[in-house]
Design a protein around this ligand. Structure first.
Ligand code: NAI
Length: 331
């Protein structure tokens, strides 16, 4: 039998946490034959609720779940973890300045970076979900210099999956037959959902989405804004932000990273930019990637037209500005 993998979920008493931990315990993230030990971290005001989640995990009697650590101590939570899913953060409250929210999250991610760097298992893979996801991941990277930059990522897979979902709805095809959409940039409304390389499996072979949809006005307009604004639309409908789809996409992100992407398929991940596609190096930016042997690599050589170029640059500019704001909170 395989040794259990230790998976940390921060903010585990929250909404996404509640949807995510049972998925992990059922093998959705790491596979149906991979035992897991869950490490759940939250803050003291949520300690009782966190304990309630732990009780439910016991009650569910998951065969793959070999242990549960539920704690408000970051060091205990981070010790020995192989995968860290960072969902905990400080949400923007009414009347708060952007800078104040950034300052709170910078301080959380700075201290959790140190706890991970000192106590996580070597080669721990980190996925930041909490917003501002890209910039929280960048702060985590800066304050955990001994964790390789390639091990620190942020979640844009939800946006990627939303793009696949919109194409599938529009064409009336199975979402599993749609692939290779791309989310470029920030997990925010400046992200660029790009379908120029996306395809659909049809009885007549693989066809470009551009050919099947034929309506460029929709693809260049409403499709993009629907994906960009989907988070807000969910909040409006549910009075709560996306949770099951965020949790499911976080599982997709880690599963593909660890177990690999299928041949010919790429997915979107927020990763440390090396300057590919003339995106400034040193930002955590969402790119198309393929994964193999536990490592991602940015898909190279895709053509970028003028329309796309502007959108790649716009979201990069927003991330540079967020980076500056985050750094100004440190001094
Ligand atoms: P939530 O408010 O229900 O849960 C957040 C949890 O984090 C709470 O239990 C809170 O006590 C905890 N927390 C706060 N500070 C913490 C700290 N220092 N250490 C550990 N835990 C801490 O929020 P929800 O809905 O679960 O969302 C979580 C985050 O995910 C938010 O920042 C949200 O904006 C973000 N998000 C990101 C998405 C993405 O695609 N990247 C999609 C949806 C949400």
């Amino acid at each position: 039998a395989k040794d259990p993998v230790r998976v940390l979920v921060t903010g585990a008493a929250g909404q996404i946490g509640y949807a995510l931990v049972p998925m992990i315990a059922r093998g959705v993230m790491l596979g149906p034959d991979q035992p897991v030990i869950l490490h759940m971290l939250d803050i003291p005001p949520a300690a009782e609720a966190l304990n309630g989640v732990k009780m439910e995990l016991v009650d569910a009697a998951f065969p793959l779940l070999k242990g549960v650590v539920a704690t408000t101590d970051a060091v205990e939570a981070c010790t020995g973890v192989n995968v860290a899913v960072m969902v905990g953060g400080f949400p923007r409250k009414e009347g708060m300045e952007r800078k104040d929210v950034m300052a709170k999250n910078v301080s959380i991610y700075k201290s959790q970076a140190s706890a991970l760097e000192q106590h996580a298992a070597p080669n721990c893979k980190v996925l930041v979900v909490a917003n501002p996801a890209n910039t929280n991941a960048l702060i985590l990277k800066e304050f955990a210099p001994s964790i390789p930059a390639k091990n620190i990522t942020c979640l844009t897979r939800l946006d990627h999956n939303r793009a696949l979902g919109q194409i599938s709805e529009r064409l009336g095809v199975q979402v599993s037959d749609v692939k290779n959409a791309i989310i470029w940039g920030n997990h925010s409304s400046t992200q660029y959902p790009d379908v120029n390389h996306a395809t659909v499996k049809t009885p007549a072979g693989e066809k470009p989405v551009r050919e099947l949809v034929a309506d460029d006005a929709w693809l260049n307009g409403e499709f993009i804004s629907t994906v960009q604004q989907r988070g807000a639309a969910i909040i409006k409908a549910r009075k709560l932000s996306s949770a099951l789809s965020a949790a499911s996409s976080a599982c997709d992100h880690i599963r593909d990273w660890v177990l690999g992407t299928p041949e010919g398929t790429f997915v979107s991940m927020g990763v440390y930019s090396d300057g590919s596609y003339n995106v400034p190096a040193g930002l955590i930016y969402s790119f198309p990637v393929t994964c193999k042997n536990g490592e991602w690599s940015i898909v190279q050589g895709l053509s970028i037209d003028e329309f796309s170029r502007k959108k790649l640059d716009l979201t990069a500019a927003e991330l540079s500005e967020e980076k500056d704001l985050a750094y100004s909170c440190l001094s």
